[in-house]
Every structure is written in C-alpha cells, then in structure tokens.
Ligand binder design. Structure first.
Ligand SMILES: *Cc1c(COP(=O)(O)O)cnc(C)c1O
Length: 366
C-alpha cells in the first residue's frame, strides 16, 4: 500500500479492444478530423445523454468557452468568480472582456448570488458562473438577475457533466454551458469540450469560429481559430459514453465511503448535499477548518503516505501573478478562506474502497 502512489484522479478508459474497434473505420476512410463521422456520432449521442437541444464539440473545454464568448459578440465587463480553474478567467480576458470578481457562498462555493447585483454596471454584458466540484449554482436566482439586467449567462459546467437540476439536464440553464472532456474529468475524450445552448443561430457561428471562420469554399466570414475535435478524440468519447453511468455509480460508492468515515468529525467540512441535484460525484473537496491539522499539514501527511491530494482551487485566480496587479483576493474573503483550507481527495471510479478507508485512517490520525 505504502509503495503505491495514489493520485487525486485517474482517467477513465474503455478496453483497448473497444477503442481499437471504434477507430478501425478511420483507417479506411482517412477522415481524421474536420467534423467527420465520429464527431457527428458523438454530437448526437451527447445531445441525447445531456438532454440538450443544441451542442457543438471542440478540441478542449477552454477553447469551447472562448468560442462561445466570441460567438455572442460580447463587450465590456463579465461577472465571474475567482474560485475556479485558470481557464474561466483566461477565456474572458483573451476575448477582450474584463472580469469582475464576485465572491462565492460558503455553503457550496459557487457564486454568491446576493452579491451579483452590486457588481453590475452599465458596462456589464454577461455573467460567467462556475458549477464547482459538481456543486451547482443557484441557477434560478441567476436567471432572474440576468433577465432583470438583460445579461447573457454562460456557465462553466466543466465539473458537472451529466448532472441534472430538478430532473433537467444542466446544459439547459443560462444561454450556454461549457463542458470539459479533459482526461481528468468525469467524462473524457482525451482532450475535448463542448458548448450546449438553445439558440439555433449559434450552430453555424460556432461551427465556423472553430474552423478559421471559413463559411464557404471561397469565403471567410469571421476571424476564427482552430478548435476542432478530431476523430480519435470523438472515438474515445463514443466509447467512454457507453460506460458513463457505471463510472458515475462507482464514483458514488467512493464518495459514500468518504462521507461515512469523515462525516461526523469536528473541523472537517464535507461537500454539501444538494437535494434537487443528480450528482456526478466529480470531486471530493474537504475543508479543514479548526481541525487538529491545517490543510497544508494534512497535504504533507498524506503525501508522506504516498497519497497525492490536491490544493484545488489554490491559489485563487485573483492572486495569480498575471492578475494580481489589478485584483486581490482580499475582495473575495469567502473564496480566500476556502481556498486556504480546502483539499481535494483522491476520487475516481476504480479507486478501491480499502484505499479510501486507508486515506480516512490517515486523515483521522488512526
Ligand atoms: C477543466 C476545466 C476547464 C478547462 O477545460 P479543458 O478541457 O481542460 O480545456 C475550465 N474550467 C474548469 C472549472 C475546469 O475544471
């Protein structure tokens, strides 16, 4: 046990034969990318699985987010949170928009909806909230605010693949939602991502933007980029999607074990249970607040035992070297408090329950 390193995550993969079968046709067709048969199949499969009306695939989640922000032709300020992966803010800035950081709430670490209105100015064009760890934002309140001020809402749903709120697929909330299919996510296409949305007008624009803005054999309409998902990525997605429900169920068992073992310990705060949400058990973030060890000490103790947890999200985006000239985590005290105390524990579908027990023993000092 001690010799084997346990990492925070481990990518889900189909059997080698299943993937080999899936990519065999590509050798015959020589259609390797540019929205081929696998791409089309995966789009169709995902629409059905995510219960969304429109979806567009991308080479990764980050470019999916950049492309949808571009496609909506936004200008000005965007309200978002610093308690996220670098990608969310970078996408906003790289699209020429100005991020305005809103604090998170201390219950589920998503955007504090009671603070959004005070940050809205006449320059605000959109809200980019993040569903963190699989915890969903207060989508109903966000919708109310967006309607009142005529703002677009683009969710970073990278952590919430396949989740449902009150039985509705998470990709149906807001104007658009970005999903990441990175190797470390609940569902992966090696690298990959998607945007789900309702407005059919976006279909063509997104398709063109991810393909250099080429709209016809002799016309280039937009200053697009290259963000196409290739056929090998799509084939991996087709295979992984066949097993996704089973993968999520196995994650659930791991999470239940963690909850059972760590649930009633003073100073250890577990992720919230959101009653109206069908979870995907993406992450297991534990907040050490008033426990006998602080987060950094806990991280070291686990590491000495070959358990590699992750300080996720730390540091906060507004403390990154590239942003701290203009922003400060002092303005988002709840996010700062959580980011200094949170540790994301190992969680993946084939993590053995005995290993989870062992991790809990170490945390509890037994
Ligand atoms: C993974 C992730 C992204 C970026 O997705 P990629 O597919 O890795 O480009 C964006 N936002 C969040 C919150 C993420 O976790």
């Amino acid at each position: 046990m001690k010799n084997r390193q346990i990492l925070v995550t481990r990518s889900s993969m189909p059997d080698f034969e299943e993937y080999a079968n899936e990519i065999r046709e590509i050798w015959n067709s020589r259609w390797l990318t540019n929205m081929g048969v696998k791409h089309q199949t995966l789009e169709k499969d995902l629409k059905k699985y995510l219960k969304v009306s429109e979806i567009n695939l991308f080479s990764n989640g980050h470019l999916a987010l950049e492309c949808i922000l571009k496609a909506m032709d936004l200008k000005g300020e965007v309200i978002t949170t610093p308690f996220t992966f670098a990608s969310t803010t970078h996408a906003i800035v790289r699209c020429g928009l100005i991020p305005v950081f809103c604090d998170i709430n201390k219950e589920d670490y998503t955007i504090d909806v009671s603070r959004i209105e005070s940050l809205i100015t006449d320059k605000t064009c959109a809200i980019v909230p993040v569903h963190v760890y699989g915890n969903v934002c207060d989508v109903y309140e966000i919708e109310k605010i967006a309607k009142k001020y005529n703002l677009k809402v683009i969710y970073d749903a990278a952590h919430t693949f396949g989740e449902k709120i009150d039985g509705i697929g998470i990709g149906n909330f807001g104007d658009a939602s970005m999903f990441s299919f990175h190797a470390t996510k609940v569902f992966n296409t090696i690298e990959g991502g998607a945007v789900a949305y309702k407005d059919k007008v976006l279909n063509r624009i997104l398709y063109d933007i991810k393909n250099f803005g080429i709209t016809g054999p002799e016309t280039v309409e937009y200053i697009g980029g290259n963000a196409k998902m290739n056929e090998f990525q799509a084939a991996m997605g087709i295979c992984n999607l066949r097993h996704i429900d089973d993968e999520i169920l196995k994650r659930k068992k791991v999470v239940e074990k963690y909850r059972e073992r760590l649930g009633s310990t003073n100073g250890i705060k577990l992720p919230p249970l959101q009653a109206n949400v069908e979870s995907n058990y993406a992450y297991f973030p534990v907040v050490f607040d008033g426990y006998k060890y602080n987060r950094d000490k806990m991280f070291e103790i686990l590491k000495e035992n070959n358990i590699i947890a992750r300080k996720y999200f730390y540091p906060l985006v507004n403390d990154f070297n590239c942003y701290k000239y203009k922003y400060s985590s002092k303005d988002t005290p709840v996010a700062k408090h959580i980011s200094e105390r949170v540790l994301t524990l190992p969680l993946y579908s084939d993590l053995e329950l005995e290993v989870v027990d062992n991790i809990c023993d170490i945390i509890l000092g037994r």
